[in-house]
Design a protein around this ligand. Sequence first.
Ligand code: QAP
Ligand code: CO
Length: 178
Amino acid sequence: TSDSSRTQFLPMSLLNILQYPDPRLRTKAVPITLYDDKLHQLAENMLETMYAAPGIGLAATQVDVHVRLVVVDVSQAKNEPHVLVNPTLVLHGDAFEAEEGCLSVPGFYEVLHRAERISVHALTTRGEKQVFEAEGLLAVCIQHECDHLDGKLFVDYLSGLKRNRIRKKLLKQQKQSA
Ligand code: QAP
Ligand code: CO
């Protein structure tokens, strides 16, 4: 078989998602400088892991790979994936209230304030520039995922009391399932 067919048929695989309060979720991710098949495969595996969960966004930090890569898809049909390498955001618009969850904080949802509209500047896994505008749930989800790359979680925006309650419940669950 040729190299290209081998690449094409590489099986995807589900990745393990770190759970809060795992300290590895606090790692600051480094910029990506190499646009190779390994990066492309990581993005594919992250998409598959996100769709299987099911979720609408996943950052590389959450699968213990500390590079600046996020995947999101907020479409109903799950056919509008965005793969963002080294994303930077410009926030616009008024504060927008939305209920957020996180695959690393299973079972907990809270209403937060985020920018309603954003400009997204990023690269593709092939190193090509992409710039687009996002609003509503897509804008919220991209802001949430970009926070992960800086070691920040949605629970950090909550009161210490709420955050501690979530931390204790998740630690208890993790001990029981270990
Ligand atoms: C971030 O989160 C997000 O608790 C992506 O038991 C979420 O995909 C941004 C999930 C909402 C904005 C709004 C959470 C799945 C998925 C859970 C997710 C759970 C199972 C979360
Ligand atoms: Co998250």
